[in-house]
Design a protein around this ligand. Structure first.
Ligand SMILES: C[S@@+](CC[C@H](N)C(=O)[O-])C[C@H]1O[C@@H](n2cnc3c(N)ncnc32)[C@H](O)[C@@H]1O
Length: 192
């Protein structure tokens, strides 16, 4: 594991998330053991503008019925549940942070969606999937955490089916450096 990956896991993984979500659900009058996936929206969308932004990305991404989708860096599984429950896609989800994967599984089971989404702990640059598996790779607020953009591009090109699509939204602070790295990543994807 690289130093950055260890930092990412520590940063996202050192909080007891389920307990906090349970408390917030109870305060909102929802039984934490059997929430609807919609009850989780205030807590499970780990990016700015929450479910509104997730919905926008789903509309723009050109997903079609029956597609097989990978949620890359799924966090608490908020996008995965949205894509499975609201759009009907088959979803696999991976995340580097074990705590998040465990919480994503628990929340998904409580919503009755466990049959529809498979969560695994994995690194985006070493995906545990066969070549040409997915129609679409979805990523929200993740790639800014990954330094090895060429490795990521190679892995995405490997697991996507021919004509499959990768769709990402990401954050950046130092726009010029970021854009340079991102261009390298995009050109690597295009070369594959
Ligand atoms: C800001 S959160 C976004 C989570 C989710 N996509 C969402 O929008 O709710 C970033 C996530 O990226 C994951 N992540 C960072 N680097 C990763 C990597 N190399 N492989 C897989 N997941 C990674 C983190 O563990 C964290 O869950």
């Amino acid at each position: 594991m690289t130093q950055l990956e260890a930092i990412v896991q520590r940063y996202y993984g050192d909080r007891p998330v389920i307990q906090r979500i349970d408390d917030a659900l109870r305060a909102a009058g929802v039984d934490p053991q059997s929430p609807s996936y919609r009850d989780l929206w205030p807590f499970d969308q780990l990016h700015s503008r929450g479910i509104v932004a997730t919905r926008e990305q789903a509309q723009r991404a050109g997903l079609q019925a029956g597609m097989y989708v990978l949620d890359l860096g799924c966090g608490l599984g908020g996008s995965s549940r949205y894509l499975a429950a609201e759009c009907g896609y088959r979803v696999e989800a991976i995340d580097l942070t074990p705590n998040f994967v465990e919480a994503a599984r628990t929340l998904t089971a409580r919503c009755g969606l466990a049959e529809r989404i498979e969560f695994r702990q994995a690194n985006a640059i070493a995906l545990p999937f066969l070549d040409r598996t997915f129609d679409h790779v979805w990523s929200y607020a993740v790639t800014m955490n990954i330094a090895d953009k060429e490795g990521l591009g190679r892995e995405l090109a490997r697991v996507l089916k021919p004509r499959g699509r990768f769709w990402k939204t990401t954050s950046c602070v130092r726009a010029r450096i970021f854009q340079r790295r991102d261009r390298r990543f995009e050109s690597c994807l295009l070369r594959q």
